[in-house]
Design a protein around this ligand. Structure first.
Ligand SMILES: [Zn+2]
Length: 243
């Protein structure tokens, strides 16, 4: 029996039996930890706060061969403001789902993914003015970079020919832009403007703290939501929503 202290964010919850709840906690050092909080849905439960989605806290756990048991939770931020704005909460929820999947796929990137998710949730909960769709998209583009999924943007993914500025066909399946000659190689390609392509580059270089200040513009955002969600869906083999 080993006692451990971890700092993490609750990124998934599922009610279980009458008063129990299964939760997933993402941590920068210990990966994803899943456990059952027995009785946490009773009105005066000691660990009630730990069972809330988005709870960012220091958790005390006991590690047993059969799994983890939580013995304590000291909340750093519950991000309760998210519950008052459906769009912000939905964006935070979608980013948690995506990060849960990436934690499984990319063990080496967990620390950076955690820092990014925490910044995004903090921005969504606390920024006075913010467009939740933009934060979600920006965060997803930065996740591509962190996870080594960078789309190829300078040359055609099919033939390798350099592609100049201008509107391009983008293939989520092949992983980048296609030249005019090769555009037919992916019938599901998405048309992407020069502005959308350069926005991907800019978004990848933005510091986490500047999330609320970056703006894509409506048309570019729509193109990128479609392209980036298709790109992730292709790599994670399930439907990823960023709208
Ligand atoms: Zn080509």
């Amino acid at each position: 029996m080993e006692q451990i202290k971890i700092t993490g964010i609750v990124t998934h919850t599922a009610d279980f039996r009458d008063f129990d709840r299964m939760i997933t906690i993402l941590t920068p050092d210990e990966g994803a930890i899943g456990l059952c909080l027995k009785g946490c849905r009773k009105p005066n439960a000691k660990l009630r706060a730990a069972g809330q989605m988005f709870c960012f806290a220091d958790f005390e756990l006991i590690k047993r061969p059969t799994g983890y048991i939580m013995t304590g939770c000291s909340v750093r931020d519950s991000f309760f403001e998210l519950a008052m704005d459906l769009e912000r909460m939905q964006a935070a929820g979608r980013l948690c789902s995506l990060t849960n999947l990436l934690f499984e796929a990319q063990e080496d990137a967990q620390r950076e993914l955690f820092a990014l998710l925490l910044s995004a949730i903090t921005t969504l909960a606390h920024a006075k003015r913010v467009n939740p769709s933009e934060v979600m998209l920006l965060c997803a583009i930065r996740m591509l970079d962190i996870c080594g999924y960078q789309p190829q943007l300078d040359s055609c993914v099919a033939c390798g020919a350099p592609v100049g500025a201008g509107e391009r066909a983008f293939s989520a399946e092949l992983g980048g832009v296609l030249c005019d000659t090769c555009a037919g190689q992916d019938a599901n390609h998405i048309r992407m403007s020069a502005g959308a392509i350069s926005s991907i580059r800019m978004a990848m270089e933005l510091p986490n703290t500047k999330m609320a200040t970056f703006h894509f513009g409506t048309e570019i955002r729509k193109q990128l939501q479609q392209a980036i969600s298709a790109f992730f869906s292709e790599r994670l083999e399930q439907k990823i929503r960023l709208d």
